[in-house]
Design a binder for this molecule. Structure first.
Ligand SMILES: Cc1ncc(COP(=O)(O)O)c(C=O)c1O
Length: 408
């Protein structure tokens, strides 16, 4: 019988799965909160949390128990009917959002973005006619991979070869009030942004920029859409990143950590805006499935009961301040930046892939968003000791790379 190890499964995966991801040469078999074990039994400390979707940790017991309780009862009641868990989760999300009155459930970030685009267009064209369809998004943004979300994603590299894109998206400079002002017109239906750009390299929006957008949207009845797929559920030291700015959206888009590892996404809006949708206009077969909603309820309860956002604020400040000390020690580092536990370290040399590979060998899971930028999105339940371990490791690794560069 063939031995089951990392490289055997890696090669079988290469044979049978489409080549859409640059996968690391490791296969995980089990996980517990911030730790993962590969198929050969080696343990890893996780600082990417499944692309930021395990804020409450891997297989968090609270989430697992909720699933174990729900799955034998009913998994997929279907959206022909209300289901108790979907209603309960919607109510909870509205409450923690501080503005929401209605929720639509989907299965992923990109599917939720599609729902937000459709809701915004419907609201705008109902009121102002079918010329008012334009959505302003921002350079370096990332909103997903389906055609609407891809059209909203202002990154040529991701869009190239998939044209024609959806009409009606125009791109402005992130954090640039003047360039955005010039693009707002009678055709503008919505402005959509990530309060902290994630895939683009961890760039937080400026407070003044967010305030300007809110004000401009209010004055022109333009909908402000916040894509909090990555920033939501405690990641930035608040339940939602917009709380850092004192600015609320008209439509909030969430996914990733909502499901605690189960597929889940949602948009949240007001009664007034949501009333643009009527039966048959939008839907999702699995959206708001009872199992995903059971997990979602457990996630929110866990975040609140354990005061996770408050914890993240403190740990995040500590992590960034320690990264800045490393930055000060080495010339090859440009900057450490971020908010809460959504953090990046940018190098002046294209060393990010090498660092991620070396870390994996040493039992630490890191992530890169470009050749130069490391991104840290650990589960929000990590400890200070976990941070210290990563800091010590990065300090040593940066020193080794700097010395090698001096010799070249
Ligand atoms: C800000 C943001 N929006 C949307 C998406 C798309 O989410 P999904 O991969 O669940 O479709 C992502 C995924 O990384 C994201 O970071």
């Amino acid at each position: 019988m063939e031995e089951i190890n990392n490289s055997v499964i890696f090669n079988r995966g290469k044979q049978y799965l489409m080549n859409t991801y640059s996968r690391m040469p490791v296969v995980f078999k089990k996980a517990d909160m911030q730790y993962l074990w590969d198929i050969e039994g080696k343990r890893y400390l996780d600082f990417i949390a499944g692309y930021g979707c395990l804020n409450v940790g891997h297989s968090n017991k609270y989430v697992v128990n909720a699933l174990l309780k729900q799955i034998p009862l009913i998994i997929q009641p279907s959206n022909l009917y209300y289901n108790l868990l979907q209603v309960e989760l919607a109510e909870k999300i509205c409450r923690i959002s501080g503005f929401g009155q209605k929720v639509f459930f989907a299965n992923s970030g990109t599917e939720s973005i599609e729902a937000a685009i459709k809701l915004a267009r419907k609201y705008s064209t109902d009121k102002y006619g079918n010329k008012r369809i334009e959505i302003i998004t921002f350079n370096r943004s990332f909103h997903g991979r389906t055609m609407g979300a891809l059209s909203a994603t202002a990154q040529e590299i991701k869009q190239k070869k998939f044209e024609p894109l959806l009409k009606g998206f125009i791109y402005s400079k992130f954090n640039d009030i003047e360039s955005t002002k010039k693009l707002i017109s009678d055709s503008t239906c919505a402005i959509m942004l990530e309060p902290v750009q994630g895939e683009g390299g961890i760039y937080p929006a400026d407070k003044k920029f967010m305030e300007y957008l809110r004000d401009a949207c209010n004055k022109n009845d333009i909908l402000l859409i916040f894509d909090e797929v990555q920033t939501g559920f405690g990641r930035t030291g608040r339940m939602f990143a917009y709380e850092n700015y004192g600015v609320k959206p008209d439509i909030l888009v969430v996914a990733k950590s909502l499901g605690g590892g189960m597929p889940a996404g949602a948009i949240i809006s007001t009664d007034k805006i949501s009333s643009s949708f009527a039966p048959g206009m939008h839907g999702s077969t699995f959206g708001g499935n009872a199992a995903s909603c059971a997990a979602g309820i457990a996630v929110i309860d866990y975040l609140l009961a354990n005061k996770i956002p408050e914890r993240v604020e403190k740990l995040g400040e500590y992590f960034i301040s320690e990264l800045r000390k490393i930055q000060d020690r080495y010339n090859i580092i440009k900057e450490a930046r971020g908010i809460g536990l959504m953090v990046a370290m940018e190098y002046l040399k294209p060393v990010a892939s090498r660092i991620v590979g070396d870390a994996l060998n040493d039992g630490i899971i890191l992530n890169r968003v470009s050749d130069y930028i490391l991104r840290f999105l650990p589960p929000l339940i990590i400890t200070k000791a976990n941070i210290d371990r990563v800091i010590r490791w990065l300090d040593r690794e940066s020193g080794i790379i700097e010395n090698e560069n001096k010799k070249d």
